[in-house]
Design a binder for this molecule. Sequence first.
Ligand SMILES: Cc1ncc(C[n+]2csc(CCOP(=O)(O)OP(=O)(O)O)c2C)c(N)n1
Length: 374
Amino acid sequence: MRITTRLAHSHSSVNTSEQKAQNQIKTPEDSIQYVLLPSNARKRYKKLLASQPSLEEESENSGYNKFVDGKDKSLGIIVSGIAYNYLLENFDGGEIPFPFIKISQYPLPKKMIEKLCDECNEIMVIEEGYPLIEESISGLLGRGIKVRGRFDGSIPRDGELNPNIVAQALGLETLQSNPVSDIIVGRPPSLCDGCPHADTFRAINEAMAEHSKGRNFSDIGCYTLGALPPYQSINSCVDMGASITMAKGAADAGLLPSISVIGDSTFTHSGITGLLDAVNDKSPITIFILDNYTTAMTGGQFSPANGRIEEICKGVGVEAEHIRIIEPLKKNHNDNVRIIKEEVAYNGVSVIIPRRECVVTLTQKSKEKKKAKQ
Ligand SMILES: Cc1ncc(C[n+]2csc(CCOP(=O)(O)OP(=O)(O)O)c2C)c(N)n1
């Protein structure tokens, strides 16, 4: 599945067909099929290569890939994903004058593409994201036909597509004179009113004010919004679990102090190994594990860290006196700043756990309680 931004942000009802019975569980006939030893990998790669012709054949005859003829052979279009809908919109659901191929199954159907090239003067590729099809067909064709798309500037090299961009690329009149983005003022996301992370960032910022910026390595969760105004507190979010290891790397390289901010759920997902590494090397870092009792960003699921963050940290080897709990609330601000300063000054691994429930789950719970009483 080639996931693009619009696809990832869309939702709709789907009609399901009758469900097939669940496959029987069976173990692989080749018992070392999944053992990635070099000797095995070489064999498996040969198999993979040998399976290509049948995959190509399947793609060529797949109901998901289709060649649709058109009268105007000055241009042949190759279109995939949501770009197909944008193309249709420009012709109001009516006939498209150019021959086109809609691609929904890979590998690319080479014969279909060759037929299009034989019939048309030039080719236009319309696809979301990186111009993958456009790039591969030049190698696939090995001939001089002009291919237009994101590489030659017919379509912008970056950014999402929309029906207007497709219209402009095809030299058609645009559908909307004012794209929505021209009318609506952008509203960057922000932390909720009353979010515990906000109080934590205010305390961290004050405690770290005497040091230059760029020392706060963070992670992915609601708290990543701490990168934006008004907090501008964190300086990195690379992948889930990277915060602790990056702070460790920075501290080991001499950036002192270096701190790290990670959510309770992300900590159990992939932060614990980094913490163990920091403890083993006695790296001088301060790690904030933001405990809001939930996995807030993805909708408030159970957090596997619930009720045992301190025990995990102790188990990994963090010294008990350097595991500090703070309650991120305005009334505690000065105490919290003091505690953070103390731990940042400590020459070893310290963990600070700002603990207060997420306001969204708290509100949900109190609504449910009220309902139950009625
Ligand atoms: C590898 C990976 N898996 C899943 C996700 C989806 N995801 C985004 S944030 C997040 C967890 C956030 O929970 P937490 O760390 O507790 O922070 P909070 O949002 O509660 O502040 C997850 C699972 C992801 N970004 N990357």
